[in-house]
Design a protein around this ligand. Structure first.
Ligand code: ADP
Ligand code: MG
Length: 906
C-alpha cells in the first residue's frame, strides 16, 4: 500500500491527492544547481527499489525496507515578516509539482532540493495530514510502529502542524487530532483498544504531561527485543475523540506550566505523544467469543488470540535553532548544551544512518533512545521539516533543509508488531478453569448426594428385609409350635383312648387277674413289640439271603442248562453216529449174507460146470474183496483173496480170460487185474501164465476195455524186474506200442504208458525197448494230452534217462542218448516247466540225467535244454533236483563254456 511513498488515498479517501511513486519521485536527492544552469545535475537516489509493500500485511522477522519519508512545509509570512521583509524576496522558492525547493543563496544563485513532498504556504492542514501522517497512521492501524516528527526552527509551525486542536476551526486541526480521528474510526471498540501517553523531554529529563508530579520517567529497554518503553508514564485509554482532545489540552497546559516553572519556553522542550493501538486480528474473534461465554469448543480455548500492537509516536521537537544564537533564556553554556543534547544527538544519528555508518550513537541521548525504532528501526517514519520564508533566517532554514535531506536517506525495516496474546489466553483459561472447577465441585456434590441417597435407600431396604425376615421367622416358629402342641394333644388323646381300651379289655378278659401295674404292662408290651421287631428283622434278613441264594441258583441253573443242552447235543450226535454205524453194520451183514449166498451159488454152479452167471458173482466178489481189503487193510486180513484163490482157483480165472463170452473175458480180466495189483499175487499170476494171457488179450482183443484192463494188469506186473524181462521176451513192447497206437481212451493210454514207463526203468532192457519202438510209442502217446498219460510218459523218459546216465557213468554206454536219438528232446524241453507237478518233476529229473552225459550236451544246448537246466538249478522247489541240476551244469565243460559265452552266472 504505502510502498511507493506516502499512503495517500489508497484506503481512505483523498484520491485527488497526488500519488507519490519512486518512478515519479526520485527520492532523497539533492539537486544542486546554479540558477544559470537549467540542467539538473548530481541527482542522488537512495535505493528506490528497496521500497517494499509495507502495508500489505507482509511480515517477517527482518521486515521490509521503508525509507523515512520527508516533507517540507513553508510557513506563510507572519505579520512581522510582512513588514520587515517587505522589500525582500523569500529565501526559498517552491516547485511543489516537481517536489523541489530552491534555496536562494543570493539574487543569482540558488540550491535545489528534492523532497518527498513540498508543501507550500497554502497547503491546508488536511492535505498536510494526508500527505505526511495518514500513511503512517494506517500503518499503525495495520500493526506497525509509526512516527511523525516535526523538525524546524522555532516559530516555523511545528506545533501548528502537529498539535493544533482546531476547536474553533476544524480545518485547523493538526496531525495529532486528525490521527486519532482516523484511528478511532477504524478500530473495533469491542476487541481493540487505544491508550495514550504524553511526555515532555527537557534537558534529558522525561516528564509526564498527563501527570506533572511524574517528572523523571526512566526509559526501559527490553534486553531481548531492544524495544524501548516508558512504563512509568501515565497511560490513558482513549474511547472517543473528545476525551483525547481534552487530554491534549491538559498536556499542553501542563507543558506550559512546566516551562514556566523551569523558566524556559516550550520551544526548548520536545513533546512526545505516544498512541498505543492494540487490535485483535480477524479470525481470532472465535476464541474471544469463548472468553465472552458464547463458545463451546474447548479446543479453540487454547489458541491465544493474535493481536497487533501498533504505536504511533508524534514528536514535536524543540526548535532547531542554535541556542547560543537565541540566548534569551539566560542559561549557561552547559545548560544550553544539555537543552540541545537530544537534538544534536538526533542529528548525529541521522547522519550516521544516512551514511550507513557502522556506529549509530543512539544511546547518546534520551530522545535518540526513545526514537530508536523511528530512525533505523522498524517504524514507518514521516518527517516534516518546517521552514519560514524570511531571508533573515536563511542559515537556520538551510540547516533545516539539510537535516531533512539527510533524513531522507535513512532506511528503516518496517515490521509488523503482531503477537499472540498469551495474557488474554491465560485469562480466558483461568475463567475456563474456574468454570470447570465449579462444575467439578457441583458434580462431586451431586455425586455425594446421590451416594448418600443410595446408601440410605439401601439401608432402608436392608432393614425392611430384615424386618420381613424376622416376621416370617416368628410366624414360622409359632406355626411349628402350634403344630407341635396339636400333635402332642393328639398323641395324648390317642394314649387316653388306648388306655381306656386297655382298661376295658383288661376288665373284660382278666376279671380274676390281679390288677397289673400299668407301667409293667406297657413295659411288657414294649418288650414283646421289640421281640416282634427283632423277629421280623431276622425274617427279613433270611428272606434277603434266600433271595440272593435264589438269584445265585438261578444263575448256576442257567449255566447248568447250557451244559445239559451241550451234553444232550453231543449225546444226540453220538446216537446218530451209532445209528449210522449200526445201519452200516446191518448193510454189511446183509451183504455178507448175500455174498455167502452167492458163493454157495457159485460153488454149486461151478460144481455143476456151468459158467453162467459166475462172472457177475466174481465181479461183485472182487469189488467186495477190494472193499474189504481197503477197509480192513489195517488188520492185514488176506482172507478174501485167499478165499478167492481157494474158492475159484487162479487157473480157472485165467482160463476165463480166453472165454468166448466177451462179458466173461471182461470180468475175468478185471479180476486178474485186481489180483495183479497185489504184489503178493503177481508171482502166482505170472507162474499161472496170466502174463501171457494178458499179453494175448492185448494182441487179440478188439474190445478196448479189455485191452485197457489188461494193460493195467501188465503195468502192475511190470513193476517186478523179473516180470519186466518176461514181458520183453514175449514181445510186450511191441504189443504195448500197438495198443498205444490204436487206443484213443486216455485211461488205456495211461495204462500202456505206465507199463512202458515201468519197463524203461530196467537197465538191461534199454536197447531192446528202444529197438522195439518203446520210446517212440511213449512219445506217440503224448498226442492225447491227458495229464495222467503225460505223467506216465514223463516217468518213462525219466526212468530211461536215469538208466542211461547210470550206464554212461559206469562206462557201459558211450554214445548219445537214445532218447535224443528218438527225438524226445523237443517234447522234454517243451514240458520241462509243465504246470502239472508230476510231469514237471519227471522231466526235470530226465533233463538232469541226460545232462550228466557230456555227449548229450551239444544237443541239449541246441535244443534249448540248457535254459531249462539253468531254470531248474535256480527255481526248482525240490532241493535235491535243484542241487542235481546245479552239479550237472558245473561239471559239464560244454555247459560251462556255453554259459560263459552267454555271460550267465551259474
Ligand atoms: P513552532 O511550534 O515551530 O515554534 P508555532 O507552531 O508555534 O511554531 O507557530 C508560530 C506561529 O506561526 C503561530 O502563531 C502559528 O499560528 C503561526 N503559523 C505557523 N505555521 C503557520 C501556517 N502554516 N499558517 C498560518 N500560520 C502559521
Ligand atoms: Mg512549538
Amino acid at each position: 500500500m504505502a510502498s511507493n511513498g506516502y499512503r495517500n488515498g489508497i484506503l481512505k479517501g483523498s484520491v485527488k491527492v497526488e500519488k507519490l511513486s519512486p518512478s515519479s519521485n526520485p527520492k532523497p536527492s539533492s539537486i544542486k544547481s546554479k540558477t544559470t544552469s537549467t540542467q539538473v545535475s548530481s541527482v542522488r537516489r537512495s535505493s528506490p527499489a528497496s521500497l517494499g509493500g509495507v502495508g500489505s500485511g507482509v511480515k517477517g522477522d527482518s521486515g521490509v525496507p521503508g525509507r523515512v519519508r520527508v516533507a517540507v512545509r513553508l510557513r506563510p509570512r507572519n505579520a512581522e515578516e510582512q513588514v520587515a521583509d517587505a522589500d525582500f524576496a523569500d529565501c526559498v522558492e517552491l516547485q511543489p509539482e516537481l517536489k523541489r525547493l530552491k534555496l536562494r543563496k543570493n539574487n543569482w544563485d540558488s540550491d535545489t532540493y528534492e523532497f518527498d513532498e513540498v508543501l507550500t504556504e497554502f497547503a491546508s492542514q488536511k492535505r498536510v495530514y494526508e500527505v505526511v501522517a495518514k500513511p503512517v497512521v494506517e500503518s499503525v492501524l495495520d500493526g506497525y510502529n509509526g512516527t511523525v516528527m516535526a523538525y524546524g526552527q522555532t516559530g516555523t509551525g511545528k506545533t501548528f502542524t502537529l498539535g493544533r486542536l482546531g476547536e474553533e476551526d476544524t480545518a485547523a486541526r493538526g496531525i495529532m487530532v486528525r490521527s486519532m480521528e482516523d484511528i478511532l474510526a477504524d478500530i473495533c471498540p469491542e476487541t481493540d483498544s487505544i491508550s495514550v501517553s504524553y511526555l515532555q523531554l527537557y534537558m534529558e529529563t522525561i516528564q509526564d504531561l498527563l501527570d506533572p508530579t511524574n517528572d523523571n520517567i526512566p526509559i526501559v529497554e527490553d534486553p531481548k527485543t531492544g524495544d524501548v518503553s516508558v512504563p512509568g508514564a501515565t497511560l490513558v485509554e482513549i474511547r472517543n475523540q473528545h476525551s483525547f482532545v481534552e487530554l491534549l489540552r491538559l498536556g499542553e497546559a501542563h507543558r506550559f506550566a512546566a516551562n514556566t516553572k523551569l523558566n524556559t519556553e516550550s520551544s526548548r522542550s520536545h513533546a512526545i505523544l505516544m498512541v498505543h493501538v492494540k487490535r485483535c486480528v480477524k479470525g481470532s474473534e472465535a476464541a474471544l467469543s469463548i472468553e465472552n461465554g458464547n463458545g463451546s469448543h474447548m479446543s479453540k480455548n487454547f489458541r491465544p488470540p493474535l493481536v497487533r500492537k501498533g504505536k504511533l509516536v508524534v514528536v514535536d521537537l524543540a526548535g532547531s535553532e542554535r541556542i547560543d544564537k537565541s540566548g534569551s533564556e539566560g542559561h549557561t553554556l552547559e545548560e544550553a548544551k544539555s537543552i540541545n543534547l537530544s537534538l544534536s544527538a538526533l542529528g548525529k544519528c541521522i547522519n550516521a544512518l544516512a551514511e550507513n555508518s557502522p556506529h549509530v550513537p543512539v544511546r547518546d541521548s534520551k530522545l535518540t533512545r526513545l526514537l530508536r525504532d523511528s530512525f533505523g528501526g522498524t517504524a514507518r517514519t514521516s518527517l516534516i521539516v518546517t521552514i519560514g520564508p524570511s531571508p533573515r533566517h536563511r542559515g537556520e532554514t538551510t540547516s533545516t533543509i539539510m537535516f531533512g535531506q539527510r533524513a531522507m536517506k535513512v532506511e528503516n525495516m518496517v515490521k509488523i508488531k503482531e503477537e499472540f496474546d498469551y495474557k488474554s489466553l491465560s485469562r480466558r483459561l483461568d475463567i475456563q478453569l474456574d468454570k470447570l472447577i465449579a462444575e467439578h465441585e457441583r458434580q462431586q456434590k451431586a455425586f455425594q448426594d446421590e451416594l448418600e441417597r443410595i446408601t440410605i435407600e439401601a439401608q432402608n431396604h436392608i432393614s425392611e428385609v430384615e424386618r420381613n425376615y424376622a416376621e416370617a421367622l416368628e410366624n414360622e416358629q409359632s406355626r411349628y409350635q402350634k403344630d407341635y402342641k396339636e400333635s402332642i394333644k393328639k398323641l395324648e388323646e390317642q394314649w387316653m383312648l388306648n388306655q381306656q381300651k386297655l382298661n376295658s379289655d383288661r376288665a373284660r378278659v382278666e376279671v380274676k387277674q390281679e390288677p397289673l401295674d400299668m407301667g409293667l404292662a406297657v413295659a411288657e408290651l414294649q418288650k414283646s413289640l421289640q421281640n416282634e421287631i427283632n423277629l421280623r428283622k431276622a425274617a427279613e434278613e433270611e428272606v434277603n439271603s434266600l433271595k440272593s441264594q435264589l438269584v445265585q441258583w438261578r444263575r448256576s441253573e442257567a449255566v447248568g442248562n447250557a451244559e445239559v443242552l451241550k451234553l444232550r447235543k453231543l449225546l444226540e450226535d453220538e446216537e446218530h453216529q451209532k445209528e449210522k454205524l449200526e445201519e452200516e453194520i446191518a448193510g454189511l451183514r446183509s451183504q455178507l449174507l448175500q455174498l455167502s449166498f452167492e458163493a454157495d451159488e457159485t460153488r454149486r454152479s461151478l460144481d455143476r460146470g456151468g459158467s453162467g452167471k459166475i462172472l457177475t458173482g466174481l465181479d461183485s466178489l472182487m469189488s467186495q474183496v477190494r472193499n474189504s481189503q481197503i477197509k480192513d487193510s489195517g488188520n492185514g486180513q488176506k482172507a478174501p483173496i485167499v478165499n478167492l484163490f481157494e474158492q475159484v482157483g487162479l487157473q480157472k480165472i485165467l482160463s476165463l480170460l480166453e472165454s468166448e463170452d466177451s462179458d466173461v473175458r471182461i470180468h475175468a480180466v478185471k479180476v486178474v487185474a485186481n489180483l495183479a495189483a497185489e504184489e503178493a499175487n503177481q508171482e502166482k499170476i505170472v507162474q499161472a501164465g496170466g502174463l501171457t494171457s494178458l499179453l494175448m488179450l492185448l494182441k487179440s482183443s478188439e474190445d478196448e476195455m479189455i485191452r485197457r484192463v489188461a494193460a493195467g494188469a501188465i503195468a502192475n506186473l511190470a513193476m517186478n524186474e523179473t516180470n519186466q524181462e518176461l514181458i520183453m521176451d514175449q514181445g510186450g513192447i511191441s504189443l504195448l506200442s500197438m495198443t498205444a497206437a490204436d487206443a484213443d481212451d486216455p485211461q488205456t493210454l495211461r495204462m500202456v504208458a505206465g507199463a512202458i514207463a515201468n519197463l524203461c526203468g530196467n537197465d538191461k532192457l534199454q536197447i531192446t525197448l528202444r529197438g522195439e519202438g518203446g520210446i517212440k510209442a511213449l512219445l506217440g502217446m503224448v498226442r492225447c494230452g491227458h495229464p495222467d498219460v503225460l505223467a506216465q510218459v514223463a516217468r518213462g523218459i525219466a526212468n530211461f534217462a536215469k538208466c542211461e546216465s547210470r550206464a554212461s557213468s559206469q562206462g557201459t554206454k558211450a554214445g548219445r542218448s537214445l532218447l535224443i536219438d528218438d527225438g524226445a528232446l523237443p517234447w522234454i524241453v517243451q514240458n520241462a516247466n509243465n504246470e502239472a507237478s508230476p510231469i514237471r518233476r519227471h522231466i526235470e529229473l530226465a533233463l538232469c540225467h541226460l545232462a550228466q552225459h557230456e555227449v548229450n550236451a551239444k544237443d541239449m544246448i541246441s535244443g534249448g535244454a540248457l535254459w531249462e537246466l539253468v531254470r531248474i538249478s535256480r527255481d526248482c522247489s525240490r532241493e535235491d533236483i535243484r542241487t542235481l541240476a546245479n552239479r550237472t551244469l558245473t561239471s559239464s565243460p560244454t555247459f560251462q563254456a556255453e554259459l560263459r559265452r552267454l555271460r550267465i552266472e551259474c
